[in-house]
Design a protein around this ligand. Structure first.
Ligand code: FAD
Ligand code: UDP
Length: 382
């Protein structure tokens, strides 16, 4: 059979690989001039540094199968994300841990003392936190909340944190020990040759025809089925409206030596217009000393306009209502399945993207084996 996969990020590449390995012909296309979607990495001509072109990407997972799968396509070097944060003229470590707490309050507390201290500061009137702000106040109290979360979150999301769901804050741990690993997953790393090399190896299979610089909208061929990893609202020509996204503007800094001494520094104060600065050679500590030059990016977040790259789905009540309408429309449409972060309008880390794509491959086999129509969604996006 002949299939079309729209989008050559992790979602599309994994589906394409699987279809090709099961004997089908696959046309995979991407409107960009490169593969790997938002995970695209490219060595900088001038400095030699491996740049993460759409923002820094650190691979982390608790899923052993996913970790083993991805390592078949390239070498991952151990990397622990240790984020620093500047707040009110002082520098700390994130996520909030015992060092952050002791430095912030100018103390030398033990884990037990710090826990009791923060419990005392937490807002106990909030029994069931209904939003980001309430969640933070009930966990941390107002001093830590205003120092590390309020300003950063307003800049990142462009709205008051009380309008955001508490689930966004739950992505970050609060620790009463000196562990400053940003992630809690047991497997963490960065590919030695970058993510684009990994995706290229996934796509290196017979029966895969890669077409770059091609929009799905401009295609006029027939396929047995389409796997669409682009934005779901775009597939339907935005006829029910545009789903909201935040986008990022990157301001590049080129200089000699070492700019900030670490990969990521968050700027938590509201009066600093950017959210963070990432220095990309520090994402590759195994080679960072070999570069005389360095490249950093300041990140500015804003609401995505139609021509912008969609980064973070906003997913508030209005967007969810619109998403539900698109889901119904999709379910009434045959011949297409929607996958990935844009196809399902969800914030997905790479490991979840890969895990979901692998699960979809299993389902594809079942459906094709049973000669029945493929599902519109492999996972409920609502
Ligand atoms: P994408 O990578 O977005 O790929 C979709 C592709 O489809 C794109 O290349 C696009 O050009 C193409 N496309 C869309 N519509 C069309 C069309 N109509 N015609 C042709 N082509 C089309 N995850 C982590 O695990 N760790 C991190 O540290 C991390 N950092 C991140 C930082 C930022 C700033 C962001 C926004 C995300 C981060 N992620 C991170 C998440 C990661 O980027 C995603 O998990 C991953 O990109 C999802 O892959 P995908 O294939 O679903 O989508
Ligand atoms: N956040 C914050 N201050 C920080 C880091 C994070 O307020 O210094 C908030 C912010 O709202 C962010 C959320 O915590 O969107 C989740 O943080 P994470 O680092 O996971 O954000 P992402 O990697 O998605 O940009």
């Amino acid at each position: 059979m002949k299939f079309c996969v729209v989008g050559a990020g992790f979602s599309g590449a994994i589906i394409a690989r699987h279809l090709s390995e099961t004997g089908h012909h696959v046309v995979i296309l991407d409107e960009r001039s490169h593969i790997a979607g938002n995970c695209h990495t490219l060595r900088d001509d001038q400095s030699g540094v491996m740049l993460h072109n759409y923002g820094p990407h650190i691979f982390h997972t608790a899923n052993r199968k996913t970790w083993e799968y991805i390592q078949k396509f390239g070498v991952f070097r151990p990397y622990i994300n240790r984020v620093k944060a500047i707040s009110q003229g002082r520098i700390y470590t994130l996520p909030i841990n015992l060092l952050t707490i002791n430095q912030f309050f100018d103390k030398t507390m033990s884990p037990k003392e710090a826990k009791a201290y923060i419990e005392e500061k937490s807002n106990k009137n909030i029994k069931e936190p209904k939003n980001f702000e309430e969640q933070a106040l009930s966990m941390l109290g107002d001093e830590l909340y205003y120092a590390f979360f309020y300003g950063y979150t307003r800049k990142q999301w462009g709205m008051e944190p009380k309008k955001l769901p508490s689930s966004i804050l739950k992505r970050l741990p609060l620790r009463f020990n000196y562990d400053d690993n940003y992630f809690t997953h047991p497997y963490q790393g960065i590919p030695e040759e970058g993510y684009t090399n990994i995706v290229s190896n996934i796509l290196n299979s017979d029966n895969i025809e890669l077409r770059l610089g091609v929009k799905f909208e401009d295609l006029s061929e027939d396929f047995h089925h389409i796997f669409y990893t682009g934005p779901i609202d775009r597939y339907f020509d935005f006829k029910l409206g545009r789903l909201g996204y935040r986008t990022l503007d990157f301001e590049r800094i080129d200089t000699n030596g070492d700019f900030q001494g670490t990969a990521v520094i968050n700027y938590c104060d509201q009066d600093v217009p950017f959210t963070r600065i990432s220095e990309h050679k520090h994402f590759a500590p195994w080679e960072s000393d070999s570069f005389a030059r360095t490249v950093c990016f300041k990140e500015y977040s804003r609401l995505a306009e139609p021509a912008d790259v969609p980064y973070y789905p906003i997913r508030l009540a209005n967007e969810k209502t619109m998403l539900d309408s698109y889901i119904r429309l999709a379910q009434d449409t045959s011949g297409v399945s929607f996958l990935g972060r844009l196809g399902t309008y969800r914030y997905l880390d790479m490991d979840v993207t890969i895990t979901e794509a692998l699960a979809a491959c299993d389902r594809i086999d079942q459906f094709l084996g049973g000669n029945s129509n493929l599902p519109t969604f492999f996972i409920d996006p609502s």
